[in-house]
Design a protein around this ligand. Structure first.
Ligand code: GAF
Length: 402
């Protein structure tokens, strides 16, 4: 794809310089590959991905960077600069075991474990990892790590047979089978196929993606509530189970195929009914929001984002009071020139506001004045643009790619 073959940014950002430098120090030789993969923010369409539905995320201009090189044995030697220089070492000649305590090591082990059976040649890897995707904020730092690893490994082995969708599937499998989170494919696909200046409408059944350009003069303001969330949370997997229960009761393969009329015709426990209602209405909102974006209609977009937040709060029950407060505050600032809602899996984390750029100072001021986390801290704000999807390149630049 064009994203995979386009050049890395020049000059390289400090994080990229840092992984190359640390690699060279650790291994006494330069890396042969440099890879990057972005985090994502979802504009609308929450928990719809694992219901075969629609989502509208954008890759953000914050990345996990990986300097990589081959080894003569089948080991992986990994160094994570953001984890105070923590290391990991395991062999790829068998399925790597879980690391006690999980964390970044489990993502590295689990992701590479998915790739090993597909590799033409046995290989070992040296890896140095760092990034500026905030961790634990709901901006998919783990999906960006996974996509960066897969791109780096592919570039090293020379097996470039897998496209972005296939790599996204492998990264999702690592979460589902190894890490233990029953997540959908949104985060991985957004990281794989992001486009500068665009959101991606993803059909999570066919995996078709359509870039949707963000209206001129708008920006992505992400505000972190500072309420920590955890994906492997039983609550996430519980929501998924409730959706599947509703689909079974409705006699459809997935809630993607259900309508409100169908829902009115079955007997369901109130909670399960509301979970299904969120998914059904959210799918419609994603398609309407796509039209609104294309038409540059920020009034309609804002209304849809507001409805989405209310549905996550009242029907899907994945917001927390701090996040509700943050969303309300940003919706006030957006007025009829943008929209805001919680973004991501829920139970804490961030709100996304898509806003006219002129409103940014006002938003910052309103956050400073009007928001404190339960611990009394101000929101953390990330001003982002939509950026390109994951890519890897031979290093140093100018070296022939494998
Ligand atoms: C998390 C998951 F990883 C995604 O697959 C998606 O379900 C999202 O929560 C909710 O929309 O990010």
């Amino acid at each position: 794809s064009s994203a995979a073959s386009s050049a890395l940014p020049s000059p390289l950002p400090p994080t990229a310089e840092a992984v190359v430098r640390a690699y060279t120090e650790r291994h006494g030789t330069a890396p042969t590959v440099l890879a990057r993969a972005p985090g994502r923010v979802n504009l609308i369409g929450e928990h719809t991905d694992y219901n075969d539905g629609f989502v509208l995320p954008a890759a953000i201009d914050r990345d996990t960077w990986i300097a990589a090189g081959p080894r003569t044995d089948r080991d992986v030697d990994a160094l994570a600069l953001d984890e105070s220089g923590a290391e990991d070492r395991f062999t790829l000649s068998a399925t790597p075991p879980h690391f006690e305590g999980g964390g970044w090591r489990d993502h590295v082990r689990g992701t590479l474990a998915q790739l090993v059976p597909l590799m033409a040649q046995p290989v070992g890897l040296n890896l140095v990892i760092a990034g500026d995707v905030p961790m634990g904020a709901g901006l998919s730092s783990s999906a960006s790590l996974a996509l960066g690893l897969l791109r780096a490994a592919q570039q090293i082995t020379g097996d470039s047979a897998l496209n972005g969708k296939q790599l996204a599937r492998l990264a999702q499998q690592a979460e589902n089978r190894f890490v233990g989170c029953q997540c959908g494919i949104m985060d991985q696909l957004a990281s794989a196929e992001g486009r500068p200046g665009h959101a991606l409408l993803i059909d999570c059944r066919s995996l078709d993606t359509r870039p949707v350009s963000l209206p001129a003069g708008t920006t992505l303001l992400i505000a972190h509530s500072r309420v920590k969330r955890g994906l492997v949370d039983s609550a996430y997997n519980e929501r998924r189970a409730q959706c599947e229960q509703a689909a079974r009761a409705l006699g459809v393969p997935a809630l993607r195929d259900a309508t409100l009329e169908m829902l009115a015709g079955v007997q369901l426990e109130d909670k399960v009914f509301r979970r299904a209602r969120h998914i059904i209405t959210e799918n419609t909102r994603v398609l309407e929001a796509t039209e609104a974006l294309q038409a540059g209609d920020l009034v309609r977009l804002g209304a849809l984002m507001k409805q989405s937040h209310a549905s996550m709060r009242d029907d899907f029950e994945i917001t927390v009071p701090a996040v509700d407060q943050l969303a309300a505050l940003l919706q006030d600032v957006a007025g009829d020139q943008g929209g805001a809602r919680m973004t991501g899996g829920g139970f804490g984390g961030c709100c996304i506001a898509l806003l006219k750029k002129e409103l940014v100072p006002q938003a910052l001021e309103a956050l400073e004045r009007g928001y404190r986390s339960p611990e009394g801290l101000p929101a953390l704000v990330y001003l982002c643009e939509a950026g390109p999807g994951a890519q890897a390149q031979a290093w140093p630049v100018g070296t022939a790619a494998a």
